[in-house]
Write a protein that binds this ligand. Structure first.
Ligand SMILES: Cc1ncc(COP(=O)(O)O)c(C=O)c1O
Length: 434
C-alpha cells in the first residue's frame, strides 16, 4: 500500500504503536522530517510521462502516440533483424567488457563520422572532426551544451519554436542561455521561413543555432534544400555556429545520404559546426544509448584540442561510454552485407510510417470532408503536428484513450493502418467539440 504525503508526514511526528506477532507490542518513533523535505515534486516528463500514463490505462482501445518509437503494424516494439544479426556475431566473438577509451570505440567513431559526412568527406580525410562517442542524442547534446558553457561563455543558443521537449532542459541545466527563433507557421502548417531568417539575422553575431538535421521534431516540417542554402548563407554572414541535432538520419526520406544533406553541405561550404547524433530511431537502439557529439572544424589542430576538452567533460560526467550499442553500429556499418540490410529495413520503417500517414489522411477526409487535412501528408518523419490545443489533446486521452504530448504532436510510428480510422474519429471529435 502506498502512503500519501499527508499521512506520511503525520507518521513522522507521531509515536506509533506497532504489533509484532501476537505477543509483543513495541514503541516505534517515526523518523524525523527529511532534510530534503523542501524538495518539490518535479512535474512528469511531457514525453516519457505519457508512456507511464498509457501503461496504467486498461482500455482495449488505447494507443500510445506520445513517444517517438517505432512499432510494427501489430503495435509491438521492433528490434531490427540486422541488429540481431550483429549481436549474434558479437556473441560469437566473445569480446571483453573492459572500459572503452573516453572518446569511445574507434570503429564506432569512424562509422558514425562516415555515416554523417560520407566516407570520402574531406573533413574526415583531413582529420578535422573531433568525435566523441556519447550517450545517444540526449547525452551528446548535453556534453555539447557543457562545452558551450565552458568555452563559449555568454553565448546564446537559438532553438526553434517549437522544438523537441528536452532541448530547453538540456541547455538550461548546462547553464547555457537559450532563446527561440520562429520556425512554424500555424496558418500554412509549414515553415515560417521569413520569420526564421529575420530572427537569426537579429541574433548577436557568433550565436549558436540549433538546427534539426532532418525530420524536425515536433512539426515534421523541414526547409527545402534551396531554403537551407539561404539559411546557411545567413549563418555564415552572421558567424553563427550551426549545431545540428541529427536524431532521425534515414527516417525522413528513408535514405541515409539524402537526410545528411545539411552537414555535408556545411562541409562543402567550409563552415565549422557542431553535431549530436543518435542511433535510437534509425537502428532502433533506444535503450543502448549510442550516439556521438562531434565538432567539424577548420583544421586538425583545433579538432585535437576540442576533442581533448570534450573528453575532459565526459570523464567527469560518465567517464566513458557503453560498448554494446557502439559494437552493433560498427558491425552493421562495417559489413557491406549488413549495411545493405539496414538500409532496406530503414526504408521499410520509413515506408510503413508513410503508409499510415496516408491512411490517417484518408480516414480524416472521410470523417470530415469539409476540413483541410492536407498538412498530415505535407509533414515528414515520425510525427504529425496537428495544431490541437491542450484541451483537445486532453479529450483525445480522456475520452478516446489516445496518449499524445499536449503540444498536439502525434507519433505516427506508433500507429497501425488498422487503427487509423479510430484515430481519425477521435481527432475529428476533439477538433470539433473542444
Ligand atoms: C530532436 C531530437 N533530438 C534528440 C533526441 C534524443 O534521443 P536519444 O537520446 O534517445 O537519442 C530526440 C528523441 O526523441 C529527438 O527527437
Amino acid at each position: 500500500m502506498s502512503v500519501g504525503v499527508s499521512r506520511a508526514s503525520s507518521l513522522r511526528v507521531q509515536q506509533a504503536s506497532c504489533r509484532v506477532g501476537r505477543r509483543h507490542t513495541i514503541k516505534v518513533r517515526a523518523a524525523a522530517a527529511s532534510r530534503l523535505a523542501g524538495v518539490e515534486m518535479a512535474p512528469p516528463d511531457p514525453i516519457l510521462g505519457v508512456s507511464v500514463a498509457f501503461n496504467k490505462d486498461t482500455s482495449a482501445d488505447k494507443l500510445n502516440l506520445g513517444v517517438g518509437a517505432y512499432r510494427t503494424e501489430d503495435l509491438k516494439p521492433y528490434v531490427l533483424k540486422v541488429v540481431r544479426k550483429a549481436e549474434e556475431r558479437m556473441l560469437a566473438k566473445a569480446e571483453n567488457k573492459e572500459y572503452l577509451p573516453i572518446e569511445g570505440l574507434a570503429a564506432f567513431n569512424k562509422a558514425t563520422m562516415e555515416l554523417l559526412l560520407g566516407a570520402d568527406s574531406p573533413a574526415i580525410k583531413e582529420q578535422r572532426v573531433a568525435c566523441l562517442q556519447s550517450l545517444s542524442g540526449t547525452g551528446s547534446l548535453r556534453v555539447g551544451a557543457a562545452f558551450i558553457a565552458k568555452f563559449m561563455p555568454g553565448t546564446t543558443v537559438y532553438i526553434s519554436r517549437p522544438t523537441w521537449g528536452n532541448h530547453k532542459n538540456i541547455f538550461s541545466d548546462a547553464g547555457v542561455e537559450w532563446k527561440e527563433y520562429s520556425y512554424f507557421d500555424a496558418e500554412t502548417v509549414g515553415l515560417d521561413f521569413d520569420g526564421m531568417l529575420a530572427d537569426l539575422e537579429a541574433a548577436p553575431d557568433g550565436s549558436v543555432v540549433l538546427l534539426h538535421g532532418c525530420a524536425h521534431n515536433p512539426t515534421g516540417v523541414d526547409p527545402t534544400q534551396e531554403q537551407w542554402v539561404k539559411i546557411v548563407d545567413l549563418l555564415q554572414k552572421k558567424k553563427h555556429l550551426p549545431f545540428i541535432d541529427s536524431a532521425y538520419q534515414g527516417f525522413a526520406s528513408g535514405s541515409l545520404e539524402q537526410d545528411a544533406f545539411l552537414p555535408r553541405y556545411l562541409v562543402e561550404r567550409g563552415i565549422e559546426f557542431a553535431t549530436a547524433q543518435s542511433y535510437s530511431k534509425n537502428l532502433g537502439l533506444y535503450a543502448e544509448r549510442v550516439g556521438a557529439m562531434s565538432f567539424v572544424l577548420a583544421d586538425s589542430d583545433a579538432a585535437q584540442r576540442v576533442l581533448s576538452q570534450l573528453k575532459r567533460l565526459a570523464r567527469a560526467i560518465y567517464s566513458n561510454p557503453p560498448v554494446h550499442g557502439a559494437r552493433i553500429v560498427s558491425e552493421v556499418v562495417g559489413s557491406e552485407e549488413m549495411f545493405g540490410e539496414w538500409k532496406g529495413e530503414m526504408e521499410m520503417m520509413a515506408g510503413r510510417i508513410k503508409g499510415v500517414r496516408q491512411d490517417l489522411h484518408d480516414a480524416l477526409v472521410k470523417v470530415n470532408p469539409d476540413k483541410d487535412w492536407s498538412f498530415v501528408l505535407k509533414q515528414i518523419g515520425m510525427f504529425t503536428f496537428t495544431g490541437m490545443t491542450p484541451a483537445q489533446c486532453d479529450n483525445m486521452t480522456n475520452k478516446w484513450h489516445i496518449y499524445m504530448t499536449r503540444d498536439g504532436r502525434l507519433s505516427l510510428a506508433g500507429l497501425s493502418s488498422a487503427k487509423a480510422a479510430y484515430l481519425a474519429e477521435a481527432m475529428a471529435d476533439s477538433v470539433a467539440n473542444h
